[in-house]
Design a protein. Structure first.
Length: 161
């Protein structure tokens, strides 16, 4: 909900508000988009189901993501280190850092992510649409996923040379 005071805009989002996506069983709510912050940041809330195996290892080309754990426990691999982060903890992942996260427990885990600069929330919207169109996830043909990853500068880990 947007409001104006003295020509300044502010927003209030109640718990049930935001754009809700389902991405392969992960509930994602986009709370604030880059469109409303002039591209400065976006905020998403996600709930990972119990024992969710997580994201593939990845590197963001330009996005810094800060994860604040609202409830549950998430495991993160950051470069070569794996850590468990509990409710109230946070992890900041700068661009260029290889990372992966998952829910290793029998309980759901919810986090709030602050993305800067904004834009990666659009990747999530497109990914949700792609997942909805595929009969099996992950799809056998990864070309659409690879094209989407490339569009949003989500880079696969590079082999050591």
């Amino acid at each position: 909900m947007q409001h104006f005071v003295r020509n300044q805009q502010y927003q209030i989002h109640h718990p049930s508000e935001g754009r809700v996506l389902d991405i392969a069983g992960v509930a994602v709510t986009i709370k604030v988009t880059g469109k409303t912050t002039n591209g400065v940041f976006a905020i998403i809330e996600s709930t990972l189901p119990p024992h969710f195996s997580g994201t593939p290892a990845q590197i963001h080309g330009r996005t810094t993501t800060t994860f604040y754990i609202i409830s549950g426990v998430l495991a993160f691999t950051l470069a070569e280190e794996t850590v468990m982060v509990r409710q109230g903890g946070f992890v900041m992942v700068p661009p260029g850092l290889l990372h992966k996260f998952w829910n290793p427990t029998a309980a759901p885990a919810t986090y709030l992510a602050y993305l800067t600069p904004a834009g990666f929330e659009e990747y999530l919207i497109e990914l949700a649409a792609l997942v909805a169109c595929e009969p099996v996830w992950p799809p056998t043909d990864q070309s659409k996923v690879a094209a989407l990853d490339s569009k949003y500068e989500l880079l696969p880990p590079q082999p050591c040379s």
